[in-house]
Design a binder for this molecule. Structure first.
Ligand code: HEC
Length: 175
């Protein structure tokens, strides 16, 4: 919010400056007006100009760039990630991406199902991480999945598993 206000203020000030030049009859007129001021007055004006220039020309762009960078890593397709979900994204890259496709994690694995298509709820992801999948288990076994292959259990555990599940459930299919 603050950068936006500052940005608007910058253009308003610029506009006022141009307006001042215009009503004094162009650059020459404006200079004539300024020259009637004392030398100290002009020096002060120069200093103020330098400060404003440094502020808007250098400081603001840096604020914007830093702000955008922070946003880039905490957002995906307009979805905001919590700190835990961001960690989940990293863990997904390390432990799941080899087998699964998930756009939000830049993952293109082809062994398991495409999670962007499957869009599994958080509880299913967590259940699958904890129990894994067997190809042909009895259908009531905890490690029964889609029946398309085998996924090892316990690739990530505890808090890490929760973060991965929260991340997958939030971003799957958002690409
Ligand atoms: C070695 C490859 C491999 C890895 C690594 C892997 N998976 Fe899987 N995953 C599979 C396969 C294969 C299936 C399909 C199993 C089936 O259909 O029975 C699957 C299925 C799933 C399912 C769907 C389960 C269902 O019942 O529909 C989810 C969700 C899932 N994986 C999440 C993950 C997550 C999260 C990770 C990382 C912690 C991960 N997988 C790591 C191979 C893998």
């Amino acid at each position: 919010m603050l950068p936006v206000v500052a940005f608007v203020a910058f253009w308003v000030l610029l506009g006022l400056g141009l307006f001042f030049i215009a009503i004094r009859g162009g650059i020459g007129g404006a200079r004539a007006t300024l020259q009637t001021q004392s030398r100290r007055g002009r020096k002060a004006a120069g200093t103020i100009f330098a400060i404003v220039y440094a502020g808007f020309g250098v400081a603001l762009p840096i604020v914007f760039l830093v702000g955008n960078h922070a946003n880039a890593s905490s957002q995906y397709a307009g979805v905001k990630l919590t700190a835990g979900e961001k960690q989940g994204r990293e863990l997904f890259g390390e432990h799941c991406a080899v087998c699964h496709t998930l756009g939000a994690a830049n993952a293109n694995g082809k062994v398991g199902p495409n999670l962007d298509m499957l869009r599994p709820p958080e509880s299913l992801v967590l259940h699958t991480i904890e129990n894994g999948c067997l190809q042909n288990p009895p259908s009531d076994a905890p490690d029964a999945c889609l029946g398309q292959g085998t996924m090892p259990p316990g690739l990530v555990q505890g808090r890490d598993a929760q973060n991965v599940a929260a991340f997958v459930a939030k971003v799957a299919g958002q690409a």
